[in-house]
Design a protein around this ligand. Structure first.
Ligand code: ASP
Ligand code: MG
Length: 416
């Protein structure tokens, strides 16, 4: 069996969905599991709904309307017959969402978030599945929440591999086309959970692992894994073949083509991962597999914007030692800061972090009791794998460099 993942950009409108159909015609769909994300920017739009709901904003109705209108337009563009059952199916999903908003009593933000945001994937797969059937491409729609079981860490749920393995081996029909949702799972009470933003790649890897799939293909609007994000860097080049190790490094430092959690399950079973273009599906793209990287390493550039650089120094010029550092890390962990760079000297300690959950002010208050805390917000963290002088200079040019750190293969630069 092969696992294919199509992200939001590939199904952002009716033409996109028709194109996914064409891709399957070209590359085959006999023994395939399709993992599909929410359409276009739906997840962001649902985050607005959540914000309006939680803050009891009068905008709530219009933000829901926005999401409905967008999907409705796609339905109109895809189906000639407005009596087609897909219209009722999609309506049903939205009325479920509206009754949840009306009846929910839970004050748990992350729980509420998952119950709402998940509807993006439920709607998108419903539309795609109906559309393929309508075009004569028979498929099964699977509710991924009946397969991927997780704990109840809403918004960042941890997979229960044993249960998931059992459910997938027992219930996924091979030798046919299956369509399911990325990003979602369910907890022991069958409430919806999510695996973290952009988690659909990871879903594809979970299925591939449990099915012992032949391969995973992530279909993108770029030709494969590039050495740099073309939005921020000129002259990006395609990496034809890279090792799991290199791909893990790139994803770890923030290359967004592959979600970082995706590679580990694949690497364990040596399942190859292909990253290909949904515009030119027959081109080879990038293959990620076991073994050495076949090419001399081109410098790879990764940028993370909107980072926070926190520097701590002791109040009394004493050294920052193991106990302090472990305490600092315990706090960073507690406040869910993702650490992307660490630098220490005798009396100061700096970290570049992502404050995804907006916890810095609270953390700062606690840290300030023991340390002098200074910080820069809104900094950019550049990582260059396989750097050389030229590539490093190009990144630092015209910027104020706050930190520069060099290891054998990797240079990291924090700039303002
Ligand atoms: N729809 C989710 C998101 O936008 C998951 C994904 O696309 O991978 O984060
Ligand atoms: Mg996506």
């Amino acid at each position: 069996m092969k696992v294919f993942k199509f992200g939001g950009a590939s199904v952002k409108d009716a033409d996109g969905i028709k194109n996914v159909y064409e891709v399957l015609q070209q590359v085959g769909h006999e023994d395939v599991l399709l993992v599909i994300s929410a359409m276009g920017k739906t997840t962001n739009a649902l985050e607005v709904v959540i914000k309006d709901y939680v803050s009891k904003s009068p905008e709530l109705q219009s933000s829901i309307q926005e999401v409905k209108k967008y999907h409705n337009q796609i339905l109109i563009d895809l189906f000639d017959d407005d009596k087609h059952p897909v219209f009722a199916a999609v309506n049903h999903i939205f009325s479920d969402l509206e009754s949840f908003l009306k009846n929910n009593k839970s004050p748990n933000y992350n729980f509420v978030y998952d119950q709402i945001v998940s509807q993006g994937e439920i709607v998108s797969t419903t539309i795609v599945s109906h559309y393929f059937n309508y075009r004569g491409l028979k498929n099964q729609w699977l509710d991924v929440r009946e397969f991927i079981k997780t704990d109840n860490t809403y918004r960042d749920a941890i997979v229960d591999w044993d249960q998931t393995q059992k459910l997938i081996s027992k219930n996924v029909k091979k030798k046919s086309l299956n369509i399911t949702q990325g990003f979602l799972g369910s907890d022991e009470n069958n409430f919806t959970t999510t695996l973290g933003r952009e988690g659909s790649d990871y879903t594809a890897a979970i299925f591939a692992y449990c099915l012992n799939a032949e391969s995973v293909t992530i279909w993108k609007d770029v030709p494969g894994v590039l050495n740099a994000d073309p939005r921020y860097f000129e002259n990006a080049v395609l990496l034809n073949q890279i090792s799991y190790r290199e791909a893990i490094e790139l994803a770890f430092y923030g290359a967004t083509v592959i979600h970082p959690k995706t590679l580990q399950p694949l690497q364990k079973k040596e399942i190859p991962l292909y990253v290909k273009s949904f515009v030119n599906p027959l081109l080879p793209g990038t293959s990620v597999s076991k073994g050495a990287d076949l090419e001399p390493h081109a410098p790879c550039f990764i940028v993370k914007k909107d980072q926070l650089l926190i520097s701590l120094s002791s109040l009394d010029f004493s050294f920052i030692m193991e106990e302090n550092i472990s305490e600092i890390f315990a706090l960073l962990h507690k406040y869910k800061m993702k650490v992307h760079l660490i630098q220490n000297s005798a009396i100061s300690f700096s970290v570049c972090v992502d404050d995804k959950f907006g916890n810095f002010q609270e953390l700062k208050t606690i840290l300030s009791k023991k340390f002098k805390v200074t910080y820069n917000d809104n900094v950019s963290l550049y990582t260059i794998r396989h750097f050389n002088e030229r590539s490093a200079d190009a990144v630092a040019k015209n910027k104020e460099v706050l930190v520069r750190q060099v290891s054998r293969e990797t240079m990291q630069i924090v700039t303002k």
